[in-house]
Design a protein. Sequence first.
Length: 190
Amino acid sequence: MRTLISTAFISLDGVVEAPGGEPGYRNSGWTFKDVEFVPEAFEIKGREQKEAAAMLMGRTSYEAFSAVWPDMEEFADYKVMPKYVVSTTLTEDDLVDNWGETTILRSIDEVAALKETEGGPIIVHGSASLNQALSDAGLIDRYHLLVFPLLLGAGKRLFSTTDKDTQKLKLVEHEAYANGLQKNVFDVVR
């Protein structure tokens, strides 16, 4: 079974919306506008590219990332990595042709089937709604969270508000940085 890793820039109050400056959100760009850059805090982002064997996204994140990531040197390893997009509306014609192999999945059940295949870890970037559905279905195995010392209030959240049984996590890696950023890596306890 493949490991499904959710990776996120997240505010202390759980917001994951528009960390990189995506339009339409009041606090867009909060990861670089409001917190001093400390390179060592982002080491995990490079490690993720080396360790992941595939990337999973929702439609909205795919549309945002596929417009810029294929030409960005810092995301070169993702360019050749197989990508999976969970969407009920995306078509093959909507996929970009300069970002490697991309497969459209139509349901969370198809993600569960993907996890059952051979291969290395699958990393989930962005995709707030998808992360919530994956968590509610018990499909996420690990969280890589860079927690920013900010309270953003309104915005898309990483975790769902579904009334469900407690999901226990085990802290397996952590570090705090001079700018207040915290790295927290949690395994989901089954």
